[in-house]
Design a protein around this ligand. Structure first.
Ligand code: SAM
Length: 243
């Protein structure tokens, strides 16, 4: 029987190619087959980060999301459509592995941190060999961009998704020292209200495109846009114990 190929979930970090780990760099450079997620009509963020490392003969599998924000998260069809999508590509990936192909799946940031790769991983992990390569997350690049440490001493850090409802955001913001809010987009007005409601609005920073060429860092109170781009993160720094 043919030896099964290995599936690598490789984190390519937040946006700068020199922030890849040595292990990720080697796997991406040596890859004969790659896969990556992308929005219809886009290049794919992880693919873009890795583009200068790829061999010119590499064979590419673009996994194009059937939907992104067209159907609300709360709609049952959202989950059904995405579940079909992940099933289709998981089956494809399993069959590539069965033919002995090693496949590098490029993942933005860290593969196990709110990433699409996890939905493939959970479907293929018992059917073919998989190795995951960790990476620097977007939030790590974002707090570094503010030139201010995120947590001191015994500070509690809470990571929140902007998709949460306002009450949950407020409750969590009340109970934490430092906070990261991701997936901002059109959730920005709701997030601002939750920060205002907990008296933390004027301490918040917003970082767009952390570690990318167009990175920006602003106080949220100076940020006038109605919505924020997909690649943006809100940061509340901890102020904890220090000697
Ligand atoms: C689906 S999550 C993916 C997280 C990713 N796996 C990681 O380790 O950072 C996407 C969200 O991460 C945040 N994000 C990831 N990378 C970012 C970056 N370089 N700059 C700003 N935000 C980023 C944004 O809030 C975005 O909406």
């Amino acid at each position: 029987m043919k030896k099964m190929g290995k599936i690598y979930g490789v984190g390519v970090g937040p946006g700068a190619v020199d922030l890849l780990s040595v292990r990720a760099d080697k796997l991406v450079r040596e890859a004969k087959y790659i896969a990556f997620f992308r929005k219809a009509g886009r290049a794919g963020h992880a693919r873009q980060i890795a583009s200068n490392l790829l061999s010119k003969d590499v064979i590419e599998l673009a996994m194009e999301y059937p939907i992104t924000t067209e159907i609300p998260l709360s709609d049952k069809r959202y989950s059904e459509v995405l579940s079909e999508f992940y099933k289709k590509y998981s089956n494809k990936i399993i069959s590539l592995s069965q033919t002995g192909i090693d496949l590098v799946i490029l993942c933005e940031g860290d593969p196990f941190f709110y990433g699409s790769f996890m939905h493939i991983y959970s479907r293929v992990r018992d059917k073919c060999p998989v190795e995951v390569v960790p990476a620097i997350t977007g939030m790590s690049a974002a707090w570094t961009a503010t030139d201010t440490p995120i947590t001191w001493g015994d500070d509690i850090l809470t990571v929140l998704m902007g998709t949460l409802d306002k009450t949950t955001l407020e409750n969590q913001l009340q109970d934490t020292n430092a906070a990261i809010i991701m997936k901002i987009g059109h959730n920005l007005p709701k997030i601002k209200k939750a920060l205002e409601g907990t008296g933390r609005f004027y301490d918040a920073f917003i970082v767009e495109y952390a570690a990318m060429d167009r990175q920006t860092v602003q106080r949220l109170s100076d940020y006038n846009a109605e919505n924020a781009p997909y690649f943006s993160i809100i940061i509340l720094h901890g102020q904890g114990r220090r000697p």
